[in-house]
Design a protein around this ligand. Structure first.
Ligand code: HEC
Length: 186
């Protein structure tokens, strides 16, 4: 009698389990559906309004922060512009004239004597066609010679080589003038 009872109980339990799995209504437990929804899902109108107000407040804060950032940038830019404009004229002139074609590093990394810088600037003007007014040249050369001076052996070489080179270049001219004079006398 016991043995037969167990035989019947097993299929009954199986059937119950299958019925529950296939189509059985879930037991009505004391559970809120909202508990299964993602936290972002709005649960009520009041909650929705509270969240909206919160979003609006955050957006306002964000915009305020962005405005302050922009104002700060503008203030810094104006201060920087004022600082740049307040620097000495020769420095500003050199910067504005000598950074048209290449970076300032081109001449900032170099060191020359006054005649050496004159040669560089003249080369820029006549060979590279740098737009320089003639009264600007001594200002720029003076500034460069003062801020990027050559010392020691470099200075000696520049002072020695440049006049020599100029002298050699002038020789044909002298020779031509002498010939002209000689021609007049003859
Ligand atoms: C119109 C364009 C132009 C302007 C403006 C210009 N340069 Fe140059 N510069 C060049 C070119 C091109 C070179 C590279 C060829 C050469 O060395 O001549 C150069 C090269 C140089 C060099 C490196 C060559 C070297 O001698 O070792 C120096 C230094 C230099 N420039 C200084 C200046 C200074 C100082 C000024 C302002 C007075 C100036 N440049 C303005 C075109 C320009």
């Amino acid at each position: 009698m016991n043995g037969r009872g167990r035989e019947h109980r097993l299929p009954a339990a199986l059937l119950l389990a299958i019925a529950a799995a296939v189509g059985g209504q879930p037991a009505l437990a004391d559970v809120d559906v909202a508990d299964y929804q993602t936290p972002g899902v709005v649960r009520s109108e009041r909650e929705r309004q509270r969240l909206q107000a919160e979003f609006a407040r955050q957006r306002e804060q964000e915009e305020q922060r962005a405005r302050i950032e922009v104002e700060e940038q503008a203030r810094l830019a104006a201060a920087e512009a004022a600082r740049l404009a307040a620097r000495p004229y020769p420095l500003r002139l050199t910067e504005s004239r000598c950074t048209v074609c290449h970076a300032a590093t081109h001449f900032q990394q170099q060191a020359h004597t006054w005649p050496g810088w004159l040669a560089v600037v003249l080369r820029m003007k006549y060979f590279n066609h740098a737009p320089l007014a003639s009264d600007e040249i001594p200002v720029i050369v003076g500034h460069l010679a003062a801020t990027h001076p050559a010392g020691g052996i470099d200075a000696l070489i520049e002072f020695g080589v440049l006049p020599t080179a100029l002298g050699v270049a002038a020789l044909p001219l002298l020779w031509y003038r002498r010939r002209l004079k000689a021609g007049k006398h003859a």
